[in-house]
Design a protein around this ligand. Structure first.
Ligand code: MG
Length: 365
């Protein structure tokens, strides 16, 4: 089974309501979709969103990286030679982690189709069932409390609360949400780099003293401030999770060696795809550090790939943040993963199980 052609398309899916963090406000999910055709008529699917303020990748840069350095190195190659192919993708150019991720997702999809099994099974996974948290966008205290109560009523047992704009208001937000849902949902805070290290220690000590029990605090300080992340981790009881500071396996090794965080958030768009995400999970597991499987605001092709990986690495990926399909107005991707609010289950179709995409706009070759 050899790679014959690589095609690209655009897919846009509106969100039910705007997704708001300390960094941005988003109204729709918009992916570059990669289709890799083989000489025996199969298609592997991958996708990547633009997250310019996080990874630096735009739709234009993703398309250019795939057409330019990445695709020519893959045409004519055998899909069974997977490690060789992912090495080619990673070595094709520096950075551009989203473009690399989109192509790797399609390669792993084809590789699993080649062997006739769902991807999670070929990666060594057993139980294809996951439970995700849901994001509570940053907003007024009243709106965030109402959104949290509604999410718990829908069956979500963990909430990812977006913060990071105003520290005093953030403390009020968390206290109010805790008062409304304590004992019914685990609270995960994500400040998206919006606080300083000292502010974070102040906020967490204030919340800890007020009896607010938190499951974790995610990336409170800027991505480049590993010393700040370490400062926080040394001083608070609440577990600290690295997100924007943890892209590639070498970043994770440094974070673990410095004890700068207690948990690592793995996202395919940061790691540059599945091969490096597997390395990160393995490095973390060797050091006794747990991981979360997360995603960007992206459609269900990329989220499905993340779900397969999370199932395969369930021994170390103990937390799931793959809620985007539940935030979308509808899902145009027919794939082998059922996203049913908090519950995610993977079926028996080979690969990622993508059987069709409605409204996909093909880009001229
Ligand atoms: Mg985050």
């Amino acid at each position: 089974m050899k790679i014959a052609n690589i095609r690209l398309g655009m897919l846009r899916v509106p969100l039910k309501t705007a997704f708001k963090t300390a960094l941005r406000s988003v109204h729709a999910v918009e992916d570059v979709v990669v289709m890799i055709d083989t000489d025996d008529g199969r298609v592997g699917y991958g996708a990547a969103p633009a997250t310019a303020v996080i990874t630096g990748d735009t739709h234009g840069s993703i398309i250019a990286a795939i057409r330019g350095p990445i695709a020519p190195g893959l045409i004519g190659e055998d899909i069974a030679d997977l490690n060789h192919l992912t090495q080619r993708v990673q070595a094709a150019l520096a950075k551009n982690s989203s473009a690399k991720a989109a192509v790797e997702i399609a390669l792993y999809d084809l590789w699993a189709q080649r062997f006739g099994a769902p991807l999670y099974q070929l990666l060594g996974g057993g139980n294809p069932l996951l439970h995700t948290d849901i994001t509570i966008s940053i907003d007024s205290v009243e709106k965030m409390v109402a959104d949290s109560a509604a999410a718990v009523a829908r069956g979500f047992a963990a909430l990812k609360i977006k913060l990071g704009k105003d520290i005093d208001l953030d403390i009020q937000r968390v206290k109010a949400i805790h008062a409304a849902v304590a004992g019914r949902a685990r609270l995960r805070l994500d400040a998206n780099q919006g606080w300083t290290a000292k502010q974070t220690v102040f906020a967490l000590h204030t919340l800890e003293r007020a009896g607010v029990v938190l499951e974790l605090i995610e990336q409170p300080v800027p991505a480049s401030d590993l010393a700040g992340l370490q400062y926080v981790t040394e001083r608070v009881n609440t577990p600290v999770m690295a997100d924007e500071s943890a892209y590639a396996p070498l970043d994770v090794i440094e974070i673990i060696q410095r004890r700068a965080a207690d948990i690592i958030n793995i996202k395919l768009m940061k790691s540059g795809g599945i091969s490096n995400a597997i390395r990160i999970a393995d490095i973390a597991q060797l050091h006794g550090v747990e991981c979360m499987m997360g995603c960007m605001l992206e459609g269900s092709i990329g989220v499905a790939a993340a779900a397969h990986l999370a199932v395969a690495k369930a021994q170390v990926i103990t937390r799931i943040d793959l809620d985007v399909p539940s935030l979308c107005l509808h899902d145009p991707v027919r794939c082998g993963v059922d996203f049913n609010d908090a519950q995610i289950s993977i079926g028996n179709a080979p690969g990622l199980g993508v059987s069709g995409i409605d409204g996909l706009e093909l880009l001229p070759g």
